[in-house]
Design a protein around this ligand. Sequence first.
Ligand SMILES: [Zn+2]
Length: 425
Amino acid sequence: MSKRIYQEYPYLRSAAVTPKAVLRGEEEHAAAGVRYLKGCITVLSEDSLFFPEGGGQPCDLGYMGGLRLSDVKDDKKSGLIVHRLEEGELSFGEDRSLPCELDWQRRFDHMQMHCAEHIVSGTFLRLYGVENHGFHMGEDYMTIDMTPGEDSPVSEITDEMIRTVELRSNEIVWEDLPVRTVYYDTREEANSQPVRKQILFDEDISVVFIGTEEEPVDCCACCGTHVSSTGQIGLISIQKSENYKGMLRLTLKAGRPAVTEALREQQSVLRLCRRFSAEPPELEDKVAAYENKNGLIRKELYDLKKDILAEEAGRVAEAAMAASASEGRAKPFSVHEFPMLQAADLQDLAHLLDGRLSGLAVLVSGKTPDAVLVSGGDPACGSLVKDYAPIYQGKGGGNPKLARAIFKSREDLELFIDLIDKHLR
Ligand SMILES: [Zn+2]
């Protein structure tokens, strides 16, 4: 097979490519079956500097004829590469070729990450017989879905195994082993190599070898781009493992994205260390001690509040009774203000008043323009809030015995209380 530029020279950052066709507006290319894409110029070519999306790896980006690329895809049917470019004036070279510039940082990130994925997958297989069933590469992370294979000596993938594979993978980085891509004409020939997965197709077979050919760290069919030696990966970090459709999904980072994140996390840990006056190894213990102390304080506060609310409930019940006796209304009504209590506390207080009121009591928070209505069920608190709170831009609701009303201002809350007072006379 003839190799494309990105396959033959994965380190080449610029090259000129002669287009087969340039489609503008609504033009279509029959052979490639390429559809018009709004706001794009489409360039079709046999060869490319840019890796087209495939095998779990996103496409390369950069500039073609001076215009920014937004997408590169392989059209298997015609064998052409489809480049989508921003609209504008294409600058051709004298020989009608288009100068291409690769977004090298993006490409190199992908080369580092893809190679790391091979190392981790190959190491899981060799150490534990664990197989890779799916791979996805995002902007700065990858996921691998895996399970123990039929002949695996293990029944599940443990955290200890993940840490062992992570360390061994980084050792392979330090060993700076060669990475080679070999192209084969037939699947028989390719499958006679120590491949991690049997190859089931016959066209464009490329196999990546990491390490020696006899005993490779990984040997797997792959169309992606890779660094030429493992040392260039720098760092491999397995960040997360979770169950996914009966498999274990690992999230990992490698290369620049892994190093960038490690340095950022280090800064964050050091800031926390300063806040907790701790050295990094003590940080977790210090935070646990702090949480423990916090829990005790919360428990103390809860007990104190319980006592205060019980006392307040007695006072409200007494005052409500006195109000109903003195006013002689059909439905007794009283308002009680609590400068230090939040609406949630008032709700707890209302529960303590259950069965102790003959009319309606309104509990008002001094912290927010909120009120809690509580009664024995007549008048029905929920209906009062539903019917009258919206008149003053309020909202809320509840049941006949207890309801909450929330307002935007103290004035609105007071007007609402006045209205209920009049309604109950
Ligand atoms: Zn690969």
